[in-house]
Design a binder for this molecule. Structure first.
Ligand SMILES: [Zn+2]
Length: 103
């Protein structure tokens, strides 16, 4: 017999974003409640610890727009779903670290 555990989270359980430096492993946690207005993306361009580039590449490519859109979409989804006005609940499936298998 094989069993599999599925893990789901509700959008309201997403309370912030976390950026971890791939070089020095310093992490920055930005709670949604901490920036009611706009996220200051310019501060995310370099690691606050080792000063390596984070959200912008030397060729000008940037992850800033995608990060901002992700935050805005989670917030708008939470607003849309609050109060149970719609006839469905929405959860996001997250990857299980190591699926348990029983035989
Ligand atoms: Zn760093």
């Amino acid at each position: 017999m094989t069993s599999e555990t599925k893990k789901f989270i509700e959008p309201k359980d997403i309370i912030g974003i976390r950026l971890e430096c791939t070089h020095c492993k310093a992490a920055l946690l930005l709670p949604f409640s901490g920036f009611a207005g706009l996220l200051d993306l310019e501060r995310l361009r370099i690691c606050p610890h080792c000063q390596r580039t984070w959200t912008q590449l030397p060729d000008g490519a940037t992850a800033e727009t995608a990060i901002l859109q992700c935050v805005e979409k989670v917030r708008s989804l939470n607003t849309l779903l609050e109060n149970g006005r719609y006839g469905f609940g929405l959860t996001l499936e997250i990857k299980d670290d190591e699926p348990e298998k029983q035989s």
